[in-house]
Design a protein around this ligand. Sequence first.
Ligand code: ADP
Ligand code: GLC
Length: 490
Amino acid sequence: MKVLFVASEVSPFAKTGGLGDVSAALPRALRGRGHDVRVVMPMFPRVLEKGRTFELVIAKATLKLGPNEVHFSVHSCPLPGTDVPVYFVKCGALFDRANVYTQDPDEHLRFAVLSHAALVIAQRLGFAPDIVHANDWQTALLPLLLKTVYSWDRLFEKTRSILTIHNIGHQGTFDASVIPQIGLGADAHRLHQEQLQEGRINFLLTGILYANAITTVSPTYAREIQRPEHGVGLDRFLRERSDVLFGILNGIEEGEWSPATDVHLPVRYSADSLEGKEACKRELLRAARLPYAEHVPLIGIVSRLVWQKGFDLCSAVLPRLFANKAVQLLVLGTGEPKYEALFSDLGRAFPKQVVHRAGFSEPLAHLVEAGSDFFLMPSRYEPCGLNQMYSLAYGTPPIVHKTGGLADTVSHYDPRRNRGNGFVFEHFDEGGLTFGLASALSAWGTGRGADRAAMQELRRRGMAQRFGWDERVADYETVYRKVAPHVARA
Ligand code: ADP
Ligand code: GLC
């Protein structure tokens, strides 16, 4: 199959969260199955930072989007470890910004241009995709563009579109006055009428209405977003399209996230040699300037510090925990000032127990996964979540709220039956988080003798699970074939 995969971030070129990971891993896995995959993303300044070399693919292209003329060029570089070309849309006026996502008044234009540019690249290269795979609101205009502005081109005659929802909390909602700028011309009437009457345009809704199929990143989240509690206003549209809505769990890149081969760890380890994990804990605490004690459990967090991730619960629960128990916490994450302040304040009040590291560090993220005894994700909602799967692979049982992909990957530890791979709380409230933490600390026990042996067994159970992309990619192929029947016949 020929697949044009379009995303706002692709690791290692640009990554702010799990979308970046998945936008690299899925194309890589599809290529592994023999498909002709091409990836399109913006040329952000950070893409150039690492001394990569690029090939010029298109020297100059121009888009006329209502009142604006937008010029861009296209440069390519293979996705590391593959021969998959990544086409970078270079448009300084739109993408030369410090951040991938902005609050700037032209945010709609930045990503409308990405979607148009992806189809222009296909046209210029004569690449006739069977599937155009869009991801999140930033590229959710693609399904409608294929059915309108670009439908005249026979190149796209057989092209079908897939929209993957990684996070319904971000929809790309803008004032209707921007509509002339997104390049739909006379087809703007195909935007959702109710929205237009309310004076808004919603990119993600547009994708939901026009994609040939919609996927989201876990089976539980696929059910959740069809209900008002989690649909963020789009549940009724998703219910209407439930026959073409599929939940496919994300995978993890085992080449990158495996403690036996991880280049970021001081000592590598596996289920049979967990001593290496203890060495990682020592190194992590040394780097964090926290005292090391074998019998004191260390909880790790690596996260965007935003509302979605549920840290509001922490302000009530954690101070009591640190005042009463010998427990340590290491937080790697940046985001909203109030959460950064919460963890910094905890660090000041409990200097031997808590450290907050702001910033984005891939090596430190790996070390936190390896060196922590537990991994905390109290997310309010979590479409899939990758960190809990990384932590399972690293023998670091996750403590999670039962939602979305966390519910699909983590099961509550039952010491009597010796089942479960982590700690799961059902109610998103202080009692829930307290229960989750208490269960983990009770499993830890004294941290010695029989308690320690039971913990090791729990770690090994998580490490034995497989979360690789091999099976997931087959699920995506199934969806591709469903929407593009001419491919199924080939
Ligand atoms: P989300 O996409 O909602 O942020 P995921 O769990 O799917 O959540 O993915 C988060 C990804 O971002 C993981 O690969 C995680 O390791 C990474 N990450 C988040 N914050 C940081 C950080 N401060 N430093 C390094 N990696 C981070
Ligand atoms: C989003 C979600 C996260 C998911 C990631 C990749 O950022 O918040 O749960 O794992 O996308 O699909």
